[in-house]
Design a protein around this ligand. Structure first.
Ligand SMILES: [Zn+2]
Length: 115
């Protein structure tokens, strides 16, 4: 059972070439029966490692040594169907409404300025 959902925004910078960018990660927290809590990360809809796991490779120079920094964290409440919280019936038509895709990654110049 998911106990918490969040969107975490990270700033990354390459110690070799200076490339800098930001990216959003979706995180789901799921407890195991033994009491441990596990985080599952997704980026661009794909399962991925924790962005702080020191496994990232710079997309420009291809070298490891990317420094991550957590910029922000937005928690998304998990709905409780047994509660009296407001709810809306969703039709297939509602689910298929088209909208621009929200960007999850953005390049920045060294020093943090956006291009
Ligand atoms: Zn680099």
């Amino acid at each position: 059972m998911i106990t918490e959902i969040a969107v975490e925004r990270y700033a990354f910078s390459c110690i070799h070439c200076g490339r800098a960018w930001t990216a959003d990660y979706d995180v789901q927290y799921i407890p195991e029966n033994d009491g441990s809590l596990w985080a599952f990360y997704h980026h661009e809809g794909q399962a991925t490692e924790n962005p702080r796991a020191d496994l990232l490779v710079c997309p420009d120079c291809g070298r490891s040594g990317v420094q991550p920094r957590l910029l922000s964290r937005r928690e998304i409440p998990v709905a409780d169907p047994s509660s009296t919280q407001p709810r809306n019936l969703v039709t297939t038509e509602d689910r298929n409404l088209s909208a621009p895709r929200q960007p999850t990654e953005q390049l920045t110049r060294p020093g943090g300025a956006e291009p």
